[in-house]
Write a protein that binds this ligand. Sequence first.
Ligand code: 13P
Length: 283
Amino acid sequence: MPLISILPHLKRAQQNRYALPLFDMADMYSVDGLLAALEEKRAPAMLAVYAGALERPNARAFVAYIRTRAETANVPVSLMLDHGSSFEQCIKAIALGFTDVMYDGSRLPLEENIANTRAVVRAAHAVGLAVEAELGHVGSGSEYQEFGAQRKGFTNPDDVERFVAETGVDILAVAIGTAHGLYAGEPHLDLELLREIRSRVDIPLALHGGSGCSDQQFRDAIVAGISKVNVATDLFVTTAQRLTAAARAEDNLHYFAFGKIAVESFQERCGHYLDVFGATGNG
Ligand code: 13P
C-alpha cells in the first residue's frame, strides 16, 4: 500500500494503550529487515531517515528506494523525517515524498521553538502530513550522568498546553529521562512527570532514545501515556556485533552472507520491539 501519515494509527494506539515504533534506517538491508518484521508481525510503523542523512548525495535515491519498497508492503507504513533541523529541511523532506516530519527545535528558546514549529505545521498540514516536535531536550546517552540523570532538559509540564495550542503540533516528543545513543549508566524514567504531561494534552506523546531501556520500562511508559517510541542505536549496534561475530567464526564469508545476516538481524530486533510495544497485530 502507498506510504501514509501515521497519525490515525498513532491515535488508535493511544486509545488502546500500545505504542508504534519509529525506526531510523541507514541502507537497503535495514529497510528490508524492518519491512519483513512489519509484515511478519502485521504492525504499522514509522520508517525514518535521520536529518543528517537527508544532506548526503544519495538521499534522493535512498528515499526513492524506501518509497518503492514500502509501496508493496501490505501494512501501513509512514516515512518520517527524524529530527528535522530547520523549516527548509522539513520542506525538502516533503518535496522528496516523506509522509510525516519531526521538526526539532528543542535546543532553542521556547518562543523560537514555538514559532518555528508553527511554521512547519502550517506547511506540512497544507499537504496532509503530521508533525512531531520536541519540548524539553532529550540529550545524548554518553552525557547521561551530567545531563539526563540530573533531570537537565526535562519537559516543563507547565509549557505543554501552550506549546501544543500555539503550534498546532500533532505529536509531542517529551524529555523524561531517556537519551539518544548508548547510555553511560542506566536510564531512569520519570513516570510521574510523564503522567502529568499526559494529563495536560491529548495528542500522542513520543519517547526518544529507546535503545537501552528495558522491556518493563517501555511497558510502564506506554501505560503512563507514551504512544510512539523511537529506536535506532540498538538496531545498528546489535547488527554490527552479529556481522563481526560471523566474520570471526568463518573465514572468507561471502558478501551475500553479510547482507542476509544484516536483514535477519533488523527483522529480529524490530520484531522484538513491535511485540514489546504491543504493536503486533494492529496493522
Ligand atoms: P536511540 O538511538 O537511542 O534508540 O534513539 C533513537 C531516537 O530517538 C531517534 O530519534
